[in-house]
Design a protein. Sequence first.
Lengths: 78, 796
Amino acid sequence: MDDNILSLMLFGSLILGSLGVIGFVWGLRSGQFDDEKKFTHGLLFDDEEELRDAAKKEAMQKNTKDENSESEHSKQSH
Amino acid sequence: MSKIACSHCHLEFEKNEMIVDKEDGRELFFCCKGCHGIYHLLKDEGLDSFYGKMGSNTLEPPKHLLDDSARFDFEGFHKRYVTQRTDGLKEISLIIEGIHCAACVWLNEKILTRAEGVIEANINFTNNKARIVWDENKIKLSQIIDKIRAIGYDAMPYDSRVQEEGANRLRRTNYTKMIVGVFATMNIMWIAVALYAGYFTGIEEGHKDILHSAEFLLASVTLFYSGSIFYKGAYTAAKHGFVTMDTLVATGSTLTYAYSIYASLTHAGEAYFDSVTMIVTFVLVGKYLESLSKKQAIDTLDTLSSIIPTEVAVVNGETTEFKQIEGIGVGEVVEMRAGDVAALDGEVISGEANFDESTLSGEMEPVLKKVGDKITSGSRNIDGVLRYTVSKDFKHSSFSEIVRLLSESLEKKPKIESVANNLSRYFSVTILSLALLTFLSWVFIGEISFEKALVISVSVIIIACPCALALATPIASVIGLYAAAKKGAIFKSSSFLETIAKAQILVVDKTGTLTEGKPKVTDVTEFGTYDKAVLASLVSSSRHPVSEAIFAYLGVKAADIEEAKEIRSAGIEALYNGKKIVGGNIEFLITNGVNIEFESDKTVFAYAENSELKAIFELDDRLKDGALKTVTDIKKAGIRVVMLTGDNEKTAARVASTLGIDEYKSKMTPQEKLFFIESAQQAGEIVIMAGDGINDSLALARADIGIAMASGAEINLQTSDIVLLKNSLAELRDAIFIGRKTYQTIKQNIGISIVYNAITIPLAAAGFVIPLVAAISMSFSSILVVLNSTKIKNGN
């Protein structure tokens, strides 16, 4: 077997494998596995409406943050 | 009659008892007004898809909640539970009660996120805990709570600030380290297979280099990322002048790693990167298993304090106003209503009420408080309105005293060193010196090359690898914990298995632990026919435990009676169809002109209609099932059993003699129980304490092993070391016996790894073992230990 092919296969598969591990660790750290029951049952209720709600919520959270930082800015300028 | 399911909660009821409603030509049935209201609320909000999501699950019908949500806006409440975030928002952790299915979580999150001003609402389905972030300018916390209540759930605050966060983060990091280690080990094993095959059949030098460099990468990640905790541990130990298991793992793996780099670069010999990752990963898995079952450090004082209100009504001239308890001084007058918990000590100046003093005595029997009687903080007013003058401020109240003692008890709790920890210290020192000795003697006496001597001493370290020893305790403990959990006894930390196995005394509380804790009807004598429904409605008008026990015993629906009046601690009287009906103790019936002659050493409840005696009920706090067998078995196992109770001498003596307990003490206060445990410990004994009430919490916290009943006080679930889920005594026995069996297995496991080392180390030191064989035999000893541990599962 050619040395290049061997290293390509070996390191290629190691990189693919570590991508999987990194993905899993990311999920773990961002708390996606914290609630195993919601993880399995909750996804039954995932539909378009939930997505819209989530988007609305995100926009609102951003708004509140902006509002608060604005009020802080205005405090500083006074 | 047919049963039909309620359209909201899906529980089944008799058709003719239900509320009927029509909708789109369809008939809907509801079990109560609560369910009816929620159904329409959800319909109006457009959330009725909830019922589709809920499927065939059932809900609890909504409770009628007495307290209003205003307390959620009190300043004292916010100080204790609410976090003020830097971005101006507020955050609280709640436990949502009544969640049964994923649809409940969906509904609650929906209703909360729809509310204007709620920024984030996240409910954990597994433990029903919710985290809510809101904008105080747009919505008040009480309004948020009202929304949860409106759809039939309830919320309780809990303090999450100190608990969980830190422990969770640490566990997550360790888990990540283990996962990375396992990943590297699994991959390195495949590469090692190629290398081992090459070792026997010949391999091109170029291929070997590629395989080695891949192994090097994986081993480096494992050693320096996953294995960093061993370096940290070894460093801390070295700073204090100790040698621990961490030292051995760190030196062993680093030496092997360094040698492997040298060997693969110079092609001087075989590289053992696979042994490096295996040592690190095996020991990490052992550590992780141990941390899985480790008790979390929590702020217990807060949980105990949460039964005390943050604000109480202080009388101010004609009116009352709510004041924070910390600011109330001696001499001020406090008003208490039914259901309130006294926050301060004092003396009654007007009114009367029955008090539940189980916090202090453990007894459920209410105590009547009249003018001049003392109120103790922590006791609960069951049924009346009264006013009392404060005699001590909050800091010096008897409840604060218990909280203070509890924190002291927790600090003083003795820590019993586990066998493995004790042993691993000597083990590590021995192995490291043996390896050094081997190296030196080969170089100077054996006069072989430096390189060969290094290979031999590395093989000593690899073969003596603490894998088997590191796994000996965790594997046995985890299997022991699992076996105990299956029986209903939850150990908070694996180390308690070992401690419980060494215990010599079992101290038990009586009420709620050996007995059911609530009076139950044991005998009934009837003197004539009477309508049970009338009696049921008579007793249902009272909240006294005796009345509740009789109501539960009759198990019938109440009829309509008029003018029901309760005479505290005596009985109840009422009118039914013009007849005067009375029920209560014998003296009460005699004063009502009923002729009774009856003797009993139990609690008696007599019932008469128009002065004619109808029935006599005898009640008793019954022993739990299997109490006698448990006590006998535990005594047979050589453990001394002592009963401590807050109850009177007569009852205590009766229970003790029935169960064959020779030692007992009655009328014990929480402090006296604590003192008893302390003196036993000073005599050098290891004490198990089993109890359920707040009055036991000091003793539970101080004992070497505290065992709490799941139905008992919340505080005990947190400070205790073992929780019995089914509150049964059989679990108590199982916990002790599984502990003993696990301890025995741990000792065997340690024996196996020592015998293994005693055989292999001399061989390795003599140079008969190449590191490759050492690596394989190391795994073999670990497998032996695992197999030996599985036998805890089988049999009792």
